[in-house]
Write a protein that binds this ligand. Structure first.
Ligand SMILES: Cc1cc2nc3c(=O)[nH]c(=O)nc-3n(C[C@H](O)[C@H](O)[C@H](O)COP(=O)(O)OP(=O)(O)OC[C@H]3O[C@@H](n4cnc5c(N)ncnc54)[C@H](O)[C@@H]3O)c2cc1C
Length: 415
């Protein structure tokens, strides 16, 4: 059966759902996107806007349990667990710890590379054919601690082993070229393939592209699904209909929806916050990672974005914590010249849908093969969405996918 004869419902109109909807519509499918959050798009608007094809090492990697979380907790307090995180924390953490092996990294890195490369091709196409813009200068990681030199060297050693293009830069020349950086910065690493864009703009471009291909948007909440071998019944708060396929792209809320099909997708909501400040002088020409402060920055057209935080929490916890914003700005001052005073606005919170093995779930659910998961992208959902859309369209259209892509299957061992 060709895709032109298929009806597909995409649950979730965040960046992943929109990317799937567009690819499916290009294939000729009749597509409905159901989105309960209006134009807020959950986490997809709140993020740092980084496009980082260099991130081919899964979050679950050797050293993460000890140094990774220590970095998040110890130096910045950016990592926390709220009481709302519930009973998933313990099994999730155990599975995460078990996944932090060299063998896991060796297995996952080629699959993540294929996903990121596919995404990059789509993003390049969108910057050529739409008004989507990107930063043109490569990304920098900047280090301020007394171990700055050693940490920078370690970072370069770690990633170059996996073929990532990273190098340490001449400090003074670099500081002179980005006057926002304070002389507290002691070492800088450049990632030549990584850049930033406005995530809201990427969402807008995808939505426009979907609309121009006749994708229908429904502002409703999906409450349940039931599946046979031939189709899926989608139930919302106000209606019910039958689709040939459903794409489950509801971010952290995918877990509850999967349960209505008898599936357990162990997705942990990992909360972060961003703030976008207009009026910052000497806005850098590139994305910066303040490595010791765990703050990601992005110079967008309408303001300078900074984001941080990694709190295990509940899927209901989308509240913005203004104290956390104040702390974020104060911490960023350790490395950046920021104005003494400014009006703090454009604060957003988002929930990263984090899988315990650091790999997204892309593929049919074992107990409901007409429901294709497109979720669990964790810290890199913006970057991975375009490639996810391509793979999902391949699967629904019956085109073959590579062995690497099959590694994202939700049928892989879970908790
Ligand atoms: C602070 C922060 C910084 C980040 N920085 C980056 C970055 O620089 N680069 C990067 O690649 N990633 C980044 N991420 C991660 C990225 O934002 C997420 O991985 C991505 O947004 C996930 O997209 P999604 O479409 O899966 O989920 P979401 O954006 O959460 O979208 C899911 C949508 O489903 C809808 N929905 C949920 N339940 C239902 C239902 N029952 N019925 C109908 N609709 C429903 C929701 O309203 C929501 O709009 C960051 C995240 C945070 C929090």
């Amino acid at each position: 059966m060709s895709s032109s004869q298929k009806n597909v419902t995409v649950v979730g109109g965040g960046i992943v759902g929109l990317a799937c909807a567009w690819e499916l519509a290009k294939d000729g499918a009749s597509v409905i996107v159901v989105e309960t959050g209006g134009s807020s798009y959950g986490t997809s608007l709140a993020n740092a806007g980084w496009i980082s094809p260099s991130h081919i090492i899964p979050f679950a990697a050797p050293g993460m349990v000890k140094t990774g979380f220590q970095n998040l907790v110890g130096r910045t307090g950016a990592f926390s667990i709220t009481p709302g995180a519930g009973s998933l924390v313990a099994p999730w953490t155990l599975k995460f710890a078990r996944s932090c092996t060299d063998a896991h990294v060796d297995n996952c890195a080629p699959a993540l590379k294929e996903l990121l490369d596919t995404s990059m091709d789509v993003i390049e196409g969108l910057t050529e054919t739409t008004d989507l813009k990107r930063t043109n200068q490569p990304q920098w990681y900047v280090y301020t601690s007394e171990n700055a030199e050693a940490d920078a060297e370690h970072e370069v050693d770690l990633v170059t082993k996996f073929g990532v293009n990273a190098k340490q830069l001449d400090l003074q020349v670099s500081l002179d070229s980005e006057p926002i950086l304070k002389d507290t910065v002691k070492a800088i690493v450049e990632f030549s393939s990584d850049f930033g864009l406005d995530p809201g703009k990427l969402v807008e471009v995808y939505r426009r592209n979907c609309e121009s291909l006749g994708v229908t948007f429904r502002d409703e909440k999906v409450t349940a699904m039931s599946s046979t071998n031939r189709n899926v019944t989608v139930t919302t708060s106000t209606d019910s209909w039958i689709s040939d396929y459903v794409v489950l792209a509801a971010g952290v809320w995918s877990r509850e929806l999967a349960k209505t099909l008898g599936e357990n997708l162990p997705i942990m909501p990992a909360k972060g916050q961003s703030v976008t400040l207009p009026g910052v002088m000497n806005v850098p020409s590139r994305t910066l990672m303040l490595a010791d402060q765990r703050i990601a920055t992005n110079p967008m057209d309408w303001g300078f974005r900074m984001s941080t935080g990694f709190a295990f929490t509940s899927a209901n916890d989308m509240s913005v914590n203004s104290k956390a914003t104040e702390k974020l700005i104060a911490t960023a001052r350790q490395a950046l010249h920021l104005p003494e005073k400014f009006e703090v606005k454009n604060e957003l919170a988002g929930l990263r849908p984090a899988s315990p093995d650091g790999m997204p779930y892309i593929g049919p659910l074992p107990k409901a093969p007409r429901v294709i998961a497109a979720t669990g992208h964790g810290m890199l959902g913006l970057m991975m969405a375009p490639g996810t859309g391509k793979f999902v369209a391949d699967m629904i259209s019956g085109r073959s996918v590579s062995r690497e892509v099959l590694k994202f299957s939700p049928a892989r061992p879970r908790l």
